[in-house]
Design a protein around this ligand. Structure first.
Ligand SMILES: [Zn+2]
Ligand SMILES: [Zn+2]
Length: 279
């Protein structure tokens, strides 16, 4: 290799803090950053891949799971032990409703023997109890596949509305009014907000659906935080808000993250991406 080429390669990585003349000093960190940076792109690629040949994709996913079962399980139990995992559990258990459900689930498992046959598709093998009604401890036995399907189509009542048109779930009402974006970060964490805030396009589409009389979301007259998608505004600490009334709607990206108002609140959405594609 000529001296100039070597020099060129060396210079290329200079902007990267982990770059030590060609040897990454922190490979794990680099990999993580690379994953985060290309997450969206990979997701789109995966989806395309799936659309082109779903059978092949499913086979590959299955094989991947089979080959890495132990690793996947280990990662999941590892995640549960991390701060984030514990935080999730804490938040989940904080809600009395969730605790009650968990107790009922445990009782069901303790007191009932599984027939190991799915009542939906008839498959014999590993099954799970699925509750139709927690209060009455009413449940059915489903295979893992049917169980997942059941949850995906379920309209989640307690405050959430399913929007099949957008493949999301959305909170019925805005909450945390009079809080700044900084307050929200303190309470929910930045990553959670990044993932669960609606984008301007999503909230706009929801407003149109409401206008057509499909859902009741109060988007005719609202003021709420949405995901900041403008990199320049983001860099400058500006947050994005959706404001609407019966006359017009608007995206505001000029206020800073310390700003709050008694009318300004937040509502979250859940995007439904199947685990197979997400992986
Ligand atoms: Zn279930
Ligand atoms: Zn089944």
């Amino acid at each position: 290799m000529s001296k100039t080429t070597q020099q060129q390669i060396k210079n290329k990585g200079k902007g990267n803090p982990n770059w030590k003349g060609g040897i990454s000093s922190n490979k794990k960190e680099y990999k993580k950053n690379h994953y985060l940076k290309n997450k969206e792109k990979q997701l789109i690629e995966s989806k395309k891949d799936y659309k082109n040949n779903p059978e092949q994709y499913k086979e590959r996913s299955k094989l991947n799971y089979k080959n890495n079962k132990e690793k996947i399980k280990l990662n999941s139990s590892k995640w549960q032990k991390t701060e984030k995992g514990k935080e999730y559990k804490r938040k989940y258990n904080k809600i009395p409703e969730n605790r009650k459900k968990e107790t009922i689930r445990e009782k069901t498992r303790r007191e009932n023997e599984k027939k190991e046959k799915c009542i939906k598709c008839g498959n014999i093998g590993k099954t799970q109890f699925h509750h139709l009604e927690y209060e009455k401890d009413k449940f059915i036995e489903l295979c893992l596949k049917c169980h997942k399907k059941e949850h995906n189509k379920q309209i989640i009542s307690d405050g959430w509305i399913e929007i099949p048109e957008l493949n999301i779930l959305v909170e019925e009402e805005i909450h945390h009014k009079n809080k700044s974006y900084d307050d929200l970060v303190k309470e929910f964490g930045e990553e959670f907000l990044e993932e669960n805030l609606p984008t301007y396009a999503e909230i706009q589409a929801l407003r149109n659906l409401e206008h057509k009389g499909k859902y009741k979301l109060g988007l005719i007259d609202t003021w709420e935080f949405v995901k900041q998608e403008d990199e320049i505004s983001k860099k400058n600490g500006r947050v994005a808000r959706f404001v609407a009334n019966s006359d017009y709607c608007d995206l505001g990206c000029y206020r800073n993250s310390g700003y709050s108002d008694s009318d300004l609140g937040v509502r979250f959405i859940k995007r439904k991406v199947s685990k197979e594609i997400k992986k």
